[in-house]
Design a protein around this ligand. Structure first.
Ligand SMILES: [Fe+2]
Ligand SMILES: [Fe+2]
Length: 190
């Protein structure tokens, strides 16, 4: 059971739009947890808090990360989209009292993925993309695959994101490449 103050604080910190997105991700995470036999309560917390580092307003996330003593790699430093997940892990720990390693990792890697993702990390990564308000090219296929085969879904979702990143001339984080390679290697062994 998530306490009320968590919802209140999150809404205040990340703004109503991002908060509503987070409720959607919480809902999808619970559904996926049910589908894949993962503890619902953990999925619920991870889904709700996954964007807790996306502080609204003029806050400089890079400066904040520095203040927390977080050392960012070059790709993350140059991409606000990636900083919020690194910051989120610390904020979840310090300000929302989350100690569960699985939940913290799910927050930390919800944007890039990584090699050897745990089930909760996969669930939140996918839930973030398929919550009802999401609308981008390829989302329907991701929605369909999500409940059939989470690894296949993850592979498709990562490829879809990489294609988008390349088309925009943005940086690719190595963790995404490692996540993708590992799923493929595992698939080839099956
Ligand atoms: Fe995010
Ligand atoms: Fe998100």
């Amino acid at each position: 059971m998530i306490e009320n103050w968590v919802y209140e604080k999150l809404k205040k910190d990340i703004g109503v739009k991002r908060y509503n997105h987070s409720l959607g991700v919480m809902h999808e995470s619970k559904k996926l947890a049910k589908q894949y036999g993962y503890p619902i309560e953990k999925a619920e917390v991870a889904g709700l808090l996954h964007d807790c580092g996306k502080l609204k307003g003029e806050i400089n996330l890079l400066k904040m990360a520095n203040a927390f003593g977080i050392i960012l790699d070059n790709v993350t430093k140059n991409n606000r989209e990636l900083i919020h997940s690194v910051l989120g892990e610390i904020i979840a720990q310090e300000e929302y009292n989350i100690a569960d390693r699985d939940i913290l990792k799910a927050i930390r890697f919800h944007t890039t993925g990584r090699e050897n993702m745990g089930l909760l990390e996969k669930i939140v990564y996918v839930a973030d993309l398929i919550e009802p308000s999401r609308n981008f090219e390829g989302v329907e296929k991701i929605r369909d695959l999500a409940y059939v085969n989470i690894d296949q879904c993850l592979l498709y979702a990562i490829d879809n994101t990489l294609k988008f990143i390349i088309s925009r001339e943005k940086l690719i984080h190595l963790d995404s490449i490692k996540a993708r390679n590992q799923i493929l290697i595992q698939k080839n062994m099956e």
